[in-house]
Design a protein around this ligand. Structure first.
Ligand code: BEZ
Ligand code: MG
Length: 570
């Protein structure tokens, strides 16, 4: 877990600089075009500014500092929570209202909003009651105590596993995480929220390609679906054009088709690659997803409006495939196995061609799960041919991002999964798929391309002084985190060629070509500093970063001096 804090960039400074630059071209630029550009720039800056970022590592057993606490409270207060009768605080006054609350208490904050926003005390009381509870719980920290008790094999009280902003009931920390009832997934709320995400995703693809994708590959993770009560699952069901159906015991055990007239678009063929954790925790959900695909494949509908059926029919005709095999769409590791190993291969530089990365992904994930038409369970049957075939039709890949805490460059798992499957598709479909991510936590659902997300993450985290200074406060570990971010960014070059040249150049400028920064890294953790230089050189060597020879020469010098130091020569 990272500490989180709201990032506040110097928006106005950057904006005025950009506007000056634009004014030089005033003569050529139509006024409208200029305004549109300024507006687009403004929107991008706002997006970076409003990004919630980790500003350091969580120290086990230590409660949040006051500034972090205030930032978290602001975030919590910015969401409507209809189930608890709570309305979000107004955007324009949220900073001041939370400051009043932290400094002078709930009553003063209520009064402040009454006077300044004409909001009744009745309307704002519930949100401050929630902030009061969260604030008290953030003060207590049972982590060390619970750890010691757990080591003594004592009972540790359970609490829900979720994102803190989405569900503040996860506090206090230091409890056992209880997961979820898989039969409750997707929750009604998750299913309702996901309609918009699935539509936005398809709209974006259609805008860029002039038509719907016939097939998509989705990555589904266990922890994410616990946190969101199954948003990823719900998105898959929407793309297929199905809705979950509860049985007499209120368990989601089956699905029904949404009529095409209601859906208003074709049913998309969805290939699901699920993590080992998802397979273990959500066994009934794996069955549900497989059932949804098989149901859709059998609907008597025009092939141009039902891509699942279209592809199954084609495969049976062209490959003389067994219809059961042709409808396999849920893939995971072999039973008892986890992960793709693509991350290890990339981080250890143990690969020659990029193709190997996609092939490794398929080797690890080509095990089918579900139930055949005779009702016999398929529990991790090796199905490489079926997976190759399913991926060969994929035109877009996608993963839902559900938390502010962990993004694309924080961990190596995003590139091992979404990058891995995209690289596998590229070879099998003989075209790079469009790669998308969603930000389902934001109030307005936002679909971004992978390239856009990498840029945003880089600006908000890796190159943001608030982020890296927060990390550097942790000394040795902080430098390792910076290096990890650069390696994870590199993972997006290796698996998806999704990293702009300027990103590597700015990493070099920020961390290596600034003498005082380089000295700090060298003092705190010369090993990670050396790995960082090596990774940049590798990015160039593998063709992901075009840069002047003079820059490479400087990097090699730095690398040599760090090696000398590590070997005790310097
Ligand atoms: C999961 O929750 O499924 C997951 C966690 C870490 C890495 C990959 C997947
Ligand atoms: Mg490039």
């Amino acid at each position: 877990m990272w500490r989180v804090s709201l990032l506040w960039s110097d928006k106005m400074v950057v904006m005025s600089k950009s506007i000056n630059m634009l004014s030089l071209r005033d003569e050529e630029c139509m006024r409208d075009e200029r305004d549109a550009r300024v507006f687009a720039l403004y929107e991008q800056l706002l997006e970076i500014e409003q990004r919630l970022i980790p500003t350091g590592l969580h120290v086990f057993g230590r409660p949040s500092a006051p500034a972090e606490k205030a930032d978290l409270l602001k975030m919590i207060a910015s969401f409507d929570r209809p189930e608890a009768g709570i309305r979000a605080l107004p955007d324009t006054l949220i900073d001041e209202a939370v400051r009043e609350f932290v400094e002078n208490g709930a009553e003063t904050a209520v009064l402040f909003l009454e006077q300044n926003a004409n909001l009744s005390a009745e309307a704002t009381h519930p949100v401050f009651a929630l902030l009061e509870t969260v604030s008290t719980k953030l003060q207590t920290n049972n982590e060390l105590n619970s750890l010691v008790r757990a080591l003594r094999a004592e009972f540790i009280e359970p609490g829900p596993g979720a994102d803190i902003v989405q569900n503040p009931d996860i506090l206090p920390t230091g409890r056992n995480t209880h997961a979820i009832n898989p039969y409750g997934v997707p929750s009604a709320a998750a299913f309702a929220r996901s309609e918009n995400v699935a539509n936005s995703l398809l709209d974006r693809y259609k805008k860029e390609n002039g038509r719907y994708p016939e097939a998509m590959a989705l990555v589904l993770w266990g922890l994410d679906n616990i946190k969101t009560q199954g948003e990823g699952v719900a998105q898959a069901l929407w793309l297929l054009g199905t809705r979950p159906v509860r049985d007499a015991l209120n368990r989601t055990t089956t699905v029904e088709p949404i009529p095409l007239t209601e859906l208003g678009r074709p049913r998309i063929d969805v290939v699901m690659t699920v993590s080992g954790i998802f397979r273990d925790l959500f066994s009934p959900t794996v069955q549900l997803l497989d059932k949804a695909v098989r149901l859709v494949a059998q609907l008597d509908e025009p092939l141009e409006l039902n891509y699942v059926r279209k592809h199954v029919v084609q495969q049976v005709e062209q490959d003389a495939s067994d219809p059961d095999d042709a409808a396999v769409r849920v893939f995971s590791n072999a039973p008892g196995n986890y992960g793709t190993n693509v991350n290890f291969m990339v981080v250890d530089s143990q690969w020659e061609s990029e193709e190997t990365l996609g092939d490794l992904f398929v080797t690890r994930k080509c095990f089918a799960y579900g139930r055949d038409s005779k009702g016999r369970a398929i529990e991790g049957r090796e199905a490489r041919v079926a997976m190759d075939r399913a991926l060969s039709r994929v035109e877009a890949t996608y993963q839902n991002i559900d938390t502010f805490e962990i993004g694309l460059t924080d961990v190596d798992h995003y590139f091992e999964y979404l990058g891995g499957v995209s690289k596998a598709v590229e070879k099998r479909a003989q075209a790079r798929p469009a790669i998308y991510l969603s930000d389902s936590l934001s109030r307005d659902v936002k679909i971004r391309s992978l390239e856009e997300t990498v840029r945003l993450e880089t600006r908000a985290k890796t190159l943001n002084p608030k982020w890296y200074e927060g990390m550097l406060k942790h000394g040795f570990r902080g430098v390792a985190e910076i290096e990890n971010h650069v390696s994870n960014t590199f993972g997006w070059s290796a698996t998806a060629d999704a990293v702009d040249d300027w990103i590597y150049s700015e990493v070099a400028n920020t961390f290596l070509f600034d003498d005082s920064m380089l000295d700090r890294l060298r003092d705190l953790n010369p090993h990670s500093a050396h790995s960082l230089v090596q990774r940049l050189l590798e990015a160039n060597g593998r063709g992901y970063w075009e840069v002047d020879e003079s820059v490479l020469e400087k990097l090699r010098d730095i690398s040599r001096s760090l090696e000398d130091e590590l070997e005790g020569v310097a």
